[in-house]
Design a protein. Sequence first.
Length: 376
Amino acid sequence: MLIRISSYCNGGCINCPFVSSSSKEKQILPYKVFEQFIELLGNLEFNEAVFLCPNPLTAPHIEKFIEKVGEIARRTYMVIPLRSVQVLRRGIAEELDEIFLLATDKTEASLAEKYLKSLVSQGLENISVYLGVRRIENLLDNVASFRTILERYNIRLRIGELPYIDLNTLKITNYLRKKGYEVGLPHGYMLGYTASVCFIDGYAVTVLEKPITLECRKIYIDFYGRISKCPYLVGRMSRYLDDIDIRSIRRIMYSRCPIKGNLIDLIPVIDIGFLTGDNNVLIPKDIIVLLEILANMRSFRQACELLGYNPSTYISKIRTLEKELGYKLIDSYKGGNRRGYTELTPQAMKIIKRYRELREHISKKLFDEGYVNFMI
């Protein structure tokens, strides 16, 4: 579920299309309308609910919106401009699964340090920086400008297009692969985008891109109370609350995306797993992805957070798999000068080495055959 509560932003992001100097132009989605919308959804449940820019914190009673959406969403996210952090209250932050601080240019890195230091001092751990990409050729310079600050405060970095503003598709993962960086398997969705992990000079970032298949299941409501499949279709294929019922909403959500040109009907999707030759034990994709992240991060909790995995669930999965395999995949150490860490065993490193060789081989073959869009 995508929610755009306000038409107005005071964040001052570079190239922001929502900034307005006139308060008369400000439009806020009334809470009663939103409440009716949630009630209309009935027993529908969503993996994610996302409060989008313009700055949702400009809306009165934002706490009530968050509480209401929590009734039907497993995870609740909010995107706010980095420059608006000073109005973020701890009580609001604690009700969200993750807050994405939107920055668009490397010149904002110095501001990030000031604001992040304040947030970390309050004990908030559900903070990340979302680096919105307008010009892909500036991406690596922008990442480098933020990296030192984010590592200092242990803040995650997400990179992607400006959330649901630009219709054009940025092929960020393909760009990074061509630059020689290691891009992992897509591991799910975040903010409604396909999420992959990339290591840029050893630094782990999450790359968010538009889903490149037509299997898109979204519903969107904007500040006027208009309902559509996504923000790109408002004005072309949107309806108001008083002209819609639950059957119409289901049709909207499960309809094929009508946007042509950037989406392709047939996308190669390659899942790499391993089956042991002696006892036919399957080492699945999600475990391989986690092991690869661990090889670089050496923190089980941080690796799980980066992938959106539940740490207790996945430590149990790994221990069960180790029993089936007859050997360990990870070793964890507590305390000491290194404050505890997790590392891969030699057997797990062999698995990752083989996985990377296969991924590189398959990717090269697909590129050589002219495939630009693929998932691996």
